[in-house]
Design a protein around this ligand. Structure first.
Ligand SMILES: NC(=O)c1ccc[n+]([C@@H]2O[C@H](COP(=O)([O-])OP(=O)(O)OC[C@H]3O[C@@H](n4cnc5c(N)ncnc54)[C@H](O)[C@@H]3O)[C@@H](O)[C@H]2O)c1
Length: 331
């Protein structure tokens, strides 16, 4: 009985769906139609932009209430968003900055060099051709007051800041018994303090403009494990601090629809690691052979995860650590 009622309902809905399909082709909505503009605070349980997607969309479709649309890739869109990338002058940060621009965001980079590199200006030109914008600011992220002032200025100019990737960091090697206090304080001030101050600067704008947002902190697998044979107690401890910063901020800011997560890369080939390799012959090969994938990460291999974490596609991901290590810590 129940079965026959269900099949009658299905027959009716598929008749409706057929007539709807004949008048409407499968559509891909413009990214802005999914409204990745920040939702209101406390938008608990809402779909991105209040739009119906997924199974509910399919049910509405078979009832003849809407067209079929390809929504999934548009959930990754950052159209209309303003974001900050610290440490984005080069290395992983610049690759991430470009990926955010390609996804539609305007990106403001905070880094140390007074002027950006040729690669940076090439990326600026490239994203301009895509209709996006990459802006460089010389900024020491360990200066909380200066970071706050710059975030205020960007917020005013852009109408808020809805995302950040905090990638600025340094790496130093000292024997654990001889680590100078000054050097330890410096690495904590930049790697942990700088991530906190950038996140604060950006979250204050989200709060000020009552906008939802997402912050991705670049930690490291070195925050959870110790790299064999490397004397990195300062770096490793600073990255553990980043993991805890993300959890703590996620807990405090979650009610305001502000998401905070970590990305923990494994070994990647960048200026930071090239310096380590030049001082340690054979280390690159050792790291490669120690990984299930038998290679280092390539600098562009954080693009997808960064865009995902800043977009609505990860809308219920909060306080997490996403490891991108080629499986280095699996054994
Ligand atoms: N390369 C790897 O294998 C690897 C692995 C795990 C985690 N990470 C992390 O990824 C992030 C990017 O590293 P990378 O490998 O691209 O190294 P990188 O040295 O190329 O990038 C770090 C950037 O941070 C900037 N920076 C340093 N101090 C700063 C300060 N006080 N204010 C502003 N900017 C500052 C540097 O100028 C540089 O552009 C870092 O957080 C690093 O710890 C890298």
């Amino acid at each position: 009985m129940i079965q026959s009622r269900a099949s009658a309902a299905l027959r009716n809905t598929s008749v409706l769906a057929r007539s709807f399909r004949s008048s409407a082709a499968l559509k891909t909505p413009a990214p802005s139609a999914l409204s990745h503009a920040p939702s209101a605070p406390n938008a608990k349980g809402r779909l991105p932009g209040g739009r119906v997607i997924g199974n509910e969309a399919a049910l509405q479709f078979v009832q003849g209430k809407r067209e079929a649309t390809k929504d999934i890739l548009n959930e990754f869109s950052l159209d209309g968003k303003c974001t900050v990338v610290s440490g984005g002058a080069g290395g992983l940060g610049l690759e991430i900055a470009q990926s955010l621009c390609e996804a539609g965001a305007v990106v403001h980079v905070f880094d140390m060099p007074p002027t950006p590199s040729d690669t940076f200006t090439a990326v600026q030109e490239y994203v301009k051709a895509l209709g996006s914008r990459l802006v460089y600011h010389q900024m020491d992220v360990s200066n909380q007051d200066a970071v706050f002032k710059l975030c205020d200025k960007i917020g005013e100019e852009e109408g808020g800041i809805q995302g950040a990737v905090c990638a600025a960091a340094i790496l130093e090697t000292y024997d654990c018994c001889d680590y100078p206090a000054e050097a330890f304080e410096k690495i904590m001030r930049i790697n942990a303090g700088g991530v906190l101050y950038t996140s604060q600067g950006v979250a204050r704008q989200m709060r000020k403009y009552k906008q939802a947002g997402s912050i991705a902190m670049i930690a490291s697998m070195s925050g959870s494990i110790t790299n064999r044979d490397q004397h990195w107690v300062g770096y490793n401890s600073s990255k553990s601090a980043v993991l805890q910063l993300a959890r703590s901020l996620a807990a405090e800011l979650g009610p305001e629809d502000i998401r905070v997560n970590c990305i923990s890369p494994g070994h990647f080939s960048t200026p930071m690691t090239e310096k380590v390799f030049s001082q340690n012959p054979g280390l690159k090969e050792k790291w490669e052979s120690g990984s299930p994938m038998q290679r280092l990460g390539i600098h562009h291999e954080l693009r997808g995860v960064a865009v995902w974490l800043l977009s609505s596609a990860s809308s219920f991901v909060q306080g997490s650590d996403v490891k991108v290590s080629g499986g280095y810590e699996t054994w």
